[in-house]
Design a protein around this ligand. Structure first.
Ligand SMILES: Cc1cc2nc3c(=O)[nH]c(=O)nc-3n(C[C@H](O)[C@H](O)[C@H](O)COP(=O)(O)O)c2cc1C
Length: 117
């Protein structure tokens, strides 16, 4: 991003993880349950920003150095940052997004069964 330092607000959603990250049943299910507990809230936040006329974008690359993020924000080890959401007033394109048609990404009952029209 060219103007990152001008972004008025960066929201950093975090999960409180007391003890070890709960990889109880297996790494995939553990991670899925962990991140799944916060991504719906993140999506609601993004929709709320949109409804309020604000520009917002889900990013995770700024967390490449979690240790540094923890230090900057003073996060204890039990608090895990999961995203960085720049929020501001849009200056450029703010139109509809492009999405693949639903029938290109949905499988009915079994993988490969595409819904027809
Ligand atoms: C989990 C996740 C992490 C993402 N991380 C980044 C990121 O670090 N940097 C980035 O430019 N876009 C990132 N994106 C993509 C943007 O959130 C956004 O979807 C993309 O810029 C397309 O914009 P649009 O959704 O308005 O079409 C990420 C998306 C997801 C789902």
């Amino acid at each position: 991003m060219d103007n990152y330092e001008q972004i008025p607000m960066l929201v950093v959603p975090c999960i409180h993880v007391p003890g070890r990250v709960p990889f109880v049943v297996g790494p995939v299910l553990g991670a899925s349950a962990l991140y799944g507990s916060i991504y719906p809230a993140i999506q609601n936040f993004l929709l709320g920003c949109r409804a309020a006329g604000l520009g917002a974008c889900l990013t995770t690359l700024p967390l490449w150095n979690v240790r540094r993020v923890r230090r900057v924000l003073g996060l204890p080890r039990s608090v895990l940052p999961v995203a960085v959401i720049p929020v501001g007033r849009p200056r450029g394109r703010y139109g509809p997004t492009t999405r693949r048609p639903l029938e290109d990404v949905v499988h009915l009952n079994r993988y490969g069964n595409r819904p027809t029209g």
